[in-house]
Structure formats: structure tokens, C-alpha cells
Design a protein around this ligand. Structure first.
Ligand code: 6PG
Length: 228
């Protein structure tokens, strides 16, 4: 896992955007198209708009979600909102966005449907070019939480939680590890302790199950372990 420490959260977001754009540009050059999946939460807010103006052939890009909260489409907690704001039509980067079908029930069936859409675009088993990952203070990533049954799922998409009072739909460990590249973006002093444990490869963390090769951990100085 390659660490890239930036002076500020905004600089880290810009660096992560640059890394993801590089992965997509290479994929388009080699295979004619690129696939990416984004995690939700607050951290990507500074990254997505920067990535959306990267000089890429966005018509050749398919955007997926790493995870989504199972709430109404207008609920501000929906991760899809930030993706649509950055990449939706009309906009600088009118890419194809494949939102997780959390409005469709039953959710287990909807998860199977999403996996089928992944397979249609990214092959079987689904192999994404790059996935963006965040890190929770408890060491979770995606919506894969300590002790959750989704950690044992054999499918690439599962329903998880409740966590923070919400059920979620999430990509699972295998599809995240199958991706050609992983770009983590973690910022803020509150994450420093858990980043230390991730860097030290603490086996107790859910994030420990994510492969470390072909992975970049982009941090700001506040989240970087060993910085005053
Ligand atoms: C989600 C995310 C989640 C996130 C981490 C960090 O839907 O909540 O996918 O896994 O990446 O919890 O969240 P913050 O960026 O808000 O700290």
C-alpha cells in the first residue's frame, strides 16, 4: 500500500482525484473504456468535483457505487446525490452512473440485480478498473462493518447493517480486491488512530481484508500517523 500524504484535506482530495483519473485514462487507452466505483460518506465531497473536470473521455466511463444507504432518493444521506451532482447530465463529465437500486425491494433481490449490471459492464466476475475507498473510525470500509454477515457474503453485492440506524447495500470484499486499483482517501485528525492501525495491518480491522498491493492510501497531514 503506497502512502501519499498531502498538506491539507483539499490537497488530498485533489491528489486522489488525480490518481483515479490516471487509472481511468489508462483503462480507456488500453481497453477503450473505464469503470470506477465510489464510496460514500463526507470525505469524497472535495474529490468528486475535481475529478469531474479531469480531461477524460467521460463518455467511455461507467460509474458504480461502492455502497449506498437504504433511504429515500431525496434523503440527504443518499450517496448517489453527490455522484449525480458531480457527474450527472448536463455537466462537465456526463458519464454513465449506475446507482445502487436501494429503492427497489426486496433488497436482497436488488443486490443481485446490481451484481448483474456490474457483470454486464465489468465482466464476470466483475473486475473494476479502480475503486475509491473511505475508512470509518471503527476500521470499516465500504459498508462492511465489524461482525456484519456481509463480510461472509460470496456475492459481489450484499445488504449490510443496520449501522448508524441504516441498512446499506455494499460491494463486498472480493470485488473490491478484484479491482485493478484501490484508491483510499482518508482525512482529518479523527482518523489518525485508525489510519495508524490500517498502516500497521491490524488484523482486527475490516479494512485489513482489503488487498494492499495496487493500492494507494491518500491522506492529509491530520490523518497521517506519526505527524505532530
Ligand atoms: C458510507 C461510506 C463509508 C465511508 C466511511 C468514511 O456510505 O458511509 O461508504 O464507508 O467511506 O464511513 O466516511 P466519512 O468520509 O464520512 O468519514
Amino acid at each position: 500500500m503506497k502512502l501519499e500524504i498531502c498538506p491539507t484535506a483539499v490537497a488530498a482530495a485533489e491528489r486522489a482525484a488525480h490518481r483515479i483519473a490516471g487509472c481511468l485514462g489508462e483503462a480507456i487507452a488500453v481497453r477503450g473504456r473505464g469503470t470506477v466505483a465510489f464510496s460514500g460518506g463526507h470525505t469524497p465531497a472535495d474529490m468528486l468535483p475535481v475529478l469531474a473536470v479531469a480531461p477524460l473521455n467521460w463518455a467511455a466511463v461507467d460509474i458504480f457505487q461502492v455502497d449506498e444507504r437504504i433511504v429515500g432518493v431525496d434523503d440527504e444521506r443518499r450517496n448517489l446525490r453527490a455522484l449525480r451532482a458531480a457527474f450527472g447530465n448536463p455537466g462537465p463529465a456526463a458519464a454513465r452512473i449506475h446507482g445502487m437500486p436501494v429503492d427497489d425491494g426486496p433488497h436482497e433481490r436488488a443486490a443481485e440485480d446490481y451484481e448483474e449490471s456490474l457483470n454486464t459492464i465489468a465482466g464476470t466476475p466483475a473486475t473494476l478498473d479502480v475503486v475509491h475507498l473511505g475508512l470509518g473510525v471503527d476500521g470499516h470500509t465500504a459498508s462492511l462493518f465489524p461482525g456484519d454477515a456481509a463480510l461472509k457474503a460470496t456475492a459481489d453485492v450484499a445488504v449490510s447493517g443496520p449501522y448508524d440506524g441504516l441498512e446499506r447495500m455494499t460491494l463486498t470484499i472480493d470485488v473490491l480486491n478484484r479491482a485493478r486499483m484501490r484508491v483510499w482517501l482518508v482525512t482529518g485528525a479523527a482518523k489518525r488512530a485508525i489510519v495508524r492501525r490500517l498502516v500497521d495491518d491490524d488484523p482486527a480491522l475490516v479494512a485489513h481484508r482489503i488487498r494492499r498491493d495496487h493500492s494507494i492510501l491518500v491522506l492529509d497531514r491530520d490523518a497521517a500517523p506519526g505527524t505532530a
